[in-house]
Design a binder for this molecule. Structure first.
Ligand code: GLU
Length: 308
């Protein structure tokens, strides 16, 4: 990567691992509770170069990181205004599955909290769940440059069986006419998008496509219009780390999205894509060691987009 060696990156990973013991693996989705708390890996992509440490090929599920992909799909299909009529782009002050902050002017605050993400998934066009899921998988595979990406069905069904709060959110959204159709069908698609299995290498490549204005670094093909990449990245900066987005902007300073699996995808516009996995979570449901690692890396490489 030029300014950091593989050994230095491995050292940062080893140091950050110590924070894992202070966190907790997500267990409200039963299948996630078997993760190894001390796992910590990172991959960084810039152009055609990749630098990694830990176990960058280890699989984990996207969980909330999938929300940026579904948001990109509906922005690309419908344009910003129709999407914005149903979901805002304002930060929230509560956790990812908040019910009380799901509305601001009668719509979910943003597409990164569950209420907004469910509304976004409901906007994906297609004949049925299979066709809609294929749209999501096609985008993930193209962005990651990995045609082998699939859904982890046991994680998807584990979440589907226990998604009581998300179902409640769906019924609230239905009562406000923000979503239409069958709630269990929507929950099925949402749980499958969250259970898409990737590695840190995949995450970093997805992030790099966003950093590269939606363009594939290998083929120079446009995967997403640059306006969509810009809106997604901006929304990540404002809302991607839930109610910790402000603190994260101050201490790290790059647009990022976390997931309860312990995934963090971070975009350094024009420069780099970063993928991190560390399943031990802090009180904000963000990878505790991953957040530390990203903070150290951002300070070391001066990655903050808020200072040159
Ligand atoms: N599948 C998770 C849920 O809806 C995603 C939440 C997250 O990763 O923050 O509860």
């Amino acid at each position: 990567m030029g300014y950091i060696s593989e050994t230095e990156l491995s050292d940062l990973v080893e140091q950050a691992k110590d924070y894992a013991s202070e966190g907790k693996v997500a267990d409200y989705i039963p299948a996630l509770k078997y993760a190894n708390k001390r796992d910590l890996s990172i991959a960084m992509v810039s152009g055609n170069d990749m630098l990694a440490a830990g176990a960058p090929e280890q699989p984990f599920t996207l969980q909330s990181v999938s929300k940026i992909l579904t948001f990109a799909i509906v922005l690309d299909d419908l344009g910003f205004d129709p999407v914005y009529q149903k979901v805002g782009v304002e930060p929230s002050t509560k956790s990812f599955n908040t019910v009380t902050e799901s509305y601001n002017h009668n719509k979910p605050l943003n597409p990164m909290i569950n209420a907004g993400a469910l509304a976004v998934t409901n906007m994906i066009s297609g004949k049925g769940t299979a066709e809609k899921l294929e749209k999501i998988l096609t985008l993930v595979r193209r962005m990651a440059g990995n045609p082998a990406i699939e859904v982890n069905s046991s994680v998807a069904s584990s979440e589907f069986e226990t998604a009581h709060v998300n179902r409640a959110l769906c019924y609230l959204l239905k009562s406000k006419d923000i979503i239409t159709g069958d709630v269990d069908e929507l929950m099925d698609l949402y749980c499958r998008q969250c259970a898409i299995e990737v590695s840190c290498q995949d995450l970093a490549r997805i992030a790099y496509v966003l950093a590269n204005n939606g363009v594939d670094p290998d083929t120079n093909e446009e995967i997403l219009p640059s306006s969509v990449a810009r809106i997604v990245t901006t929304t990540m900066a404002m809302c991607g780390m839930y109610n910790a987005s402000g603190e994260f902007a101050v201490n790290v300073g790059v647009p990022a999205k976390s997931g309860v699996s312990g995934a963090i995808l971070a975009v350094v516009p024009g420069k780099m894509g970063i993928g991190i996995y560390g399943p031990s979570l802090d009180a904000d449901s963000i990878s505790i060691a991953g957040r530390q690692l990203l903070q150290q890396l951002a300070s070391r490489l001066k990655l903050s987009i808020f200072q040159t």
